[in-house]
Design a protein around this ligand. Structure first.
Ligand SMILES: [Zn+2]
Length: 430
């Protein structure tokens, strides 16, 4: 295992370049030459289309993923500026019941383990609509959310969660540290994958962290993404896809040590890593961290060949999903979608599935209702539409929530309706 990685400062992401493309790996700067998977051209997966926009041009960007031959960071080149993606982001975390339970449980666990109280200070990066920090607020633990999307940050403030509308990185961290408020806990859930410059983001954590503070970061884990064929979790908003080994190198480069890790079922399989200052020896690296690292090495994640096979399986999944839909349509069946998540848009655009296959999809988020899916222009309706039209098949696009959605949709059995998940392979649920 190479622990001697040197970060070339001239190679950090080329946000200023005229083409908008970076010259090399987001972490180590090495030129990117090896394709992980090429999903073709796709629109931004959270850019829902209004009825007025239906007749206008729509921007499509390459969804071509590379793996770095040196640090094995799986990544997109930067085609779109983060400002274009995140300033009016449609994703409100609070619309998922299971995600709220996950957040509440996390807060309980952290308070129990590290003893946070009314003298502690918790900072969440990309705090969304305050879905998580609201539980710290309820316990009387001082906290601050940092969230770049204006509309989402506003929703947090209305919940009583102090929120700063900003991108996080070295500069924001220095401003906060200058006010003398270092964080006992910094957390970032599903944010690390979405920052264009991972080095700047993690450096900011180092600056803002109190001497004995803890950083926890959750991100989708590369192992289940590869093993369970979750290619639809790749989209322009997710610049990077991490193994534990690569995450460890990125944190080490900024003087942070990963001392623990948990494997979580969220988003199809995520990691929650625990980091501390390299100088803080009060928290030794535990066996879970050692064990996962060994498992990744044994699984071939430090060899380039391992990454090369992924693309073939993705192509086969497309063929199988289209086979199912073509057969259903030939038999005269109706098919609707459930959910309008980002991952659904990658899947539908890559497979070329439009309203010729899916009559409509539904979503509980009122922000999305009445709009159309980017690229495919499938209409997004209120969930009541399912009861009204009684489709034969319902394709669950957020397959990671299939249990929760299966319960919500148990009534479709009344007319013999069947639920279908597309990933890891097309499956009609009993
Ligand atoms: Zn690299």
């Amino acid at each position: 295992m190479a622990t001697d990685l040197v970060v070339d400062p001239s190679a950090t992401v080329g946000q200023e370049s005229k083409t908008g493309r970076s010259s090399g790996c987001r972490f180590c700067g090495t030129a990117l030459r090896h394709t992980f998977v090429d999903l073709g051209m796709s629109p931004l997966c959270e850019s829902y289309v209004s009825s007025e926009q239906l007749n206008q041009m729509e921007a499509f960007y390459p969804l071509h993923v590379y793996v770095c031959e040196r640090c094995f960071l799986v990544q997109l080149q930067e085609y779109v500026s983060p400002e274009a993606i995140f300033t009016d982001y449609a994703y409100f975390s609070s619309y998922s019941d299971s995600w709220l339970r996950h957040a509440s449980k996390y807060v309980d666990e952290m308070v129990r383990r590290f003893g946070y109280n009314d003298r502690s200070y918790v900072v969440e990066l990309a705090s969304n609509d305050g879905y998580l920090l609201q539980y710290f607020v309820k316990k009387g633990i001082p906290c601050l959310g940092i969230e770049p999307a204006i509309n989402v940050a506003q929703a947090a403030v209305e919940k009583g969660v102090p929120t700063l509308t900003k991108f996080f990185g070295e500069q924001t961290a220095r401003e906060l540290a200058a006010e003398g408020k270092l964080a006992d806990l910094i957390l970032a859930n599903n944010a690390l994958a979405q920052v264009p410059d991972v080095n700047d983001f993690v450096k900011g954590m180092k600056i803002l962290l109190a001497p004995e503070g803890v950083v926890t970061v959750e991100f989708p884990h590369l192992i289940p993404l590869m093993e369970e064929n979750q290619f639809d979790t790749i989209y322009h908003e997710h610049f990077s896809y991490f193994s534990f080994i690569t995450a460890e190198k990125i944190f080490a480069a900024q003087g942070l040590v990963l001392f623990d890790v948990e494997e979580l079922p969220t988003h199809g399989g995520s990691l929650r890593i625990f980091a501390r200052h390299a100088e803080d020896d009060s928290k030794p690296v535990n066996s879970r961290a050692h064990e996962l690292k060994q498992r990744e090495i044994a699984g071939g994640l430090t060899r380039l060949e391992t990454y090369a096979h992924f693309a073939d399986r993705v192509k086969e999944t497309k063929r199988k999903l289209l086979e199912f839909l073509i057969r259903a349509k030939r038999e005269g069946k109706s098919v609707a979608g459930y959910g309008a998540p980002g991952k659904g848009n990658t899947l539908l655009n890559y497979c070329g599935i439009r309203s010729d296959f899916l009559d409509y999809t539904v979503d509980r988020n009122p922000y999305k209702q009445g709009k159309f899916l980017p690229g495919t222009h499938i209409p997004i309706l209120h969930p009541d539409k399912i009861r009204e039209t009684k489709p034969d098949y319902i394709l669950i696009l957020p397959w990671n929530l299939k249990k929760e959605i299966g319960q919500q949709l148990s009534y479709v059995a009344e007319w013999g309706g069947k639920l279908v998940v597309p990933i890891p392979e097309v499956e009609i649920l009993a």
